[in-house]
Design a protein around this ligand. Structure first.
Ligand SMILES: [Zn+2]
Length: 242
């Protein structure tokens, strides 16, 4: 039993990525002198996009460091908020509801329900969008410039997670939930012929997507969405803005 070993202590926020039997505390890994720290972290199941600082025996270490016998490695979670030069995202095919909600909040969000993994990575890289996904394999792709794992099974929780992590500037009701295009106010007279009679009688304020032409108004439907956005914004800034 003389095999070289290092001990890895994974931050509590990252333990969901570990195998259930390893979530209780430090994990022993073979320190064979060939595997890099980055590889060790990934092989435990933690995507590097989710890891923050890596410490070896209390000192900051690069992902290329090769753990040695009896090293104690600490893997911290990525710091929140994770600042971006521009808050732009592309979502994988399973996050359609989250995509619509981010757009409602005014966040630049690319999404297509038929985008393959290669296309997602290409778009993320070309347009400098953060790829949001719950697919850890996708996050491990070397070609990807920046990605993030979205936490939560419910869209409300996912929205809260993304807003909390990146703190993107919000501009509710400025973006088309259907296509991500910008919305502009439009005179009622210009859209009246397209409206159902009940809507025509009840609402006065309308906007139209400059990209796809879809017309929006603040109806009963909008109230529920407004609540979702409001509660997400509140949850993302627990101390409030005022
Ligand atoms: Zn549109």
């Amino acid at each position: 039993m003389n095999q070289a070993q290092a001990v890895v202590i994974v931050a509590a926020e990252l333990r969901l990525f570990l195998r259930p039997g390893r979530r209780g505390g430090p994990v022993a890994v073979a320190a064979d002198g060939t595997s890099s720290l980055g590889h060790v972290v990934e092989s435990l199941g933690v995507p590097l996009t989710e890891a923050g600082r890596l410490l070896v025996n209390g000192e900051l270490a690069a992902p290329g460091y090769r753990p040695r016998n009896s090293d104690v490695v600490r893997v911290e979670a990525v710091r929140r908020p994770q600042r971006l030069t521009s808050a732009r995202f592309v979502l994988d095919v399973h996050l359609g509801t989250l995509a619509r909600r981010l757009r409602l909040a005014g966040v630049d969000t690319a999404y297509a329900n038929d985008a393959g993994d290669d296309a997602l990575i290409e778009q993320a890289n070309a347009e400098r969008r953060v790829l949001l996904t719950q697919d850890r394999v996708l996050l491990r792709r070397r070609a990807l410039w920046l990605g993030a794992y979205v936490r939560g099974a419910r869209p409300d929780d996912q929205l809260r997670d993304v807003l909390d992590r990146f703190k993107p500037p919000l501009a509710p009701w400025t973006r088309c939930p259907a296509c991500n295009g910008p919305l502009s106010p439009v005179a009622k007279a210009a859209v009246a012929p397209m409206l159902p009679p009940g809507t025509r009688r009840t609402y006065q304020t309308f906007s139209r997507c400059r990209t796809c032409g879809q017309v929006y108004w603040h109806g009963a439907h909008a109230k529920r969405l407004e609540q979702i956005i409001d509660s997400a914004v509140r949850a993302a800034s627990p101390r409030g803005n005022r």
